[in-house]
Design a protein around this ligand. Structure first.
Ligand SMILES: NC(=O)c1ccc[n+]([C@@H]2O[C@H](COP(=O)([O-])OP(=O)(O)OC[C@H]3O[C@@H](n4cnc5c(N)ncnc54)[C@H](O)[C@@H]3O)[C@@H](O)[C@H]2O)c1
Length: 311
């Protein structure tokens, strides 16, 4: 997410400072107009120093992986929950505006299709709970200290630049297997599991709208508004590559076999219009991945025993 947003901001002429715990040489080349500041968001002093002169903060950093949150929930909470608290404190002291990127996983198992922002939240595993904790912290700082902040709840993001060590979402993983001539490994029921896959360019547009017009303390869904089953995703990959994908289905893991699609009306009210179709988005990612990209490194689990069973 970060590298795509940074490119857009820098090419619009903004002075951008990338704050990340990883050393600069692991972040890829920064565009002209972008600078690097190292900080670990788990450390309040480092976070405050890094944001001291900011005018607008997009808080995207954290653990994005549900599987990592199952294996190491403390890392997940320290990064996502405590890290977001530290960002809120720094934003309060700096007086700048904040946009926090949360996740549709906070909704838990949906009871409505499409799902709007007033749907109940019900995290069912650590990642979703830590992201929701971040949301509540942002809202509490808006109410208590009057910070200027709004929240985006992203559905399933895909696009160029994903790191296979940390990215566990379907589009990137499926393409990496298929482009290497390997079967696509599917977790859950291919027909009953549907998702809202949203290209990173649309997420960037949505984040910019939330920064400019989002109401303080409010949450905005960031999705495509299109529902796609895993079977339809596999078929779309076959269409775009011209080769029918092989698949291996693990339907023993059913925790996230459900329908999930965003109602994006609220963000549309700020001017949002998702523009990238699944087919053109897939072609975009394929053009960045090349013929034999690195294979996915994350599995999909919801309980530690599922990994032991798979092993
Ligand atoms: N990828 C998705 O489908 C998706 C969906 C919904 C929400 N999100 C959210 O979007 C955000 C970005 O996700 P991504 O897919 O770009 O992940 P990513 O792993 O590519 O990027 C996260 C960045 O945060 C940095 N980071 C991690 N811990 C840090 C710390 N303690 N201090 C400073 N920096 C730290 C990492 O080094 C990395 O550069 C996350 O907050 C994630 O929860 C992602």
């Amino acid at each position: 997410m970060g590298q795509n947003l940074v490119r857009t901001l820098a090419s619009a002429g903004h002075e951008v400072h990338v704050v990340d715990v990883r050393p600069e040489d692991q972040l890829g080349e920064l565009p002209d107009g972008a600078h690097y500041r190292r900080a670990d968001l788990r450390d309040g002093l480092q976070t405050r120093a890094a944001l001291a002169d900011a005018q607008l903060v997009f808080h995207l950093a954290g653990n994005p992986s549900g599987t990592v949150s199952v294996v190491n929930p403390r890392l997940d909470f320290e990064t996502n929950a405590l890290g977001t608290f530290n960002v809120c404190e720094a934003v309060r002291d700096t007086g700048c505006r904040l946009v926090y990127l949360s996740s549709a996983m906070t909704y838990g198992k949906p009871q409505a299709f499409p799902i709007a922002e007033d749907h109940p939240v019900a995290p069912y595993y650590p990642y979703a709970a830590s992201k929701l904790s971040g949301e509540y912290t942002v809202k509490a700082f808006v109410e208590t200290y009057g910070i200027s902040a709004a929240i985006g709840r992203a559905f399933v993001i895909y696009g160029p630049g994903e790191d296979p060590r940390r990215a566990g979402a379907e589009v990137g993983q499926y393409l990496r297997w298929h482009l290497n001539g390997q079967p696509i490994q599917i977790t859950g029921d291919m027909d009953r599991k549907t998702r809202d896959f949203v290209h990173v360019d649309d997420i960037v547009s949505g984040l910019l709208l939330i920064a400019a017009h989002g109401v303080d303390g409010q949450v905005y869904n960031l999705g495509s508004g299109q529902e796609t089953s895993l079977r339809e995703l596999v078929a779309a990959i076959g269409m775009v590559t011209g080769r029918t994908p092989e698949t291996v289905v693990n339907d023993d893991i059913t925790e996230d076999t459900y329908r999930l699609v965003a109602d994006v009306s609220k963000l549309r009210g700020l001017g949002y219009e998702p523009l990238v179709t699944l087919e053109s988005g897939l072609a975009d990612v394929i053009s960045h991945l090349g013929d034999s990209p690195e294979l996915p490194m994350l599995d999909t689990i919801f309980r530690p025993a599922q990994r032991e069973t798979a092993a």
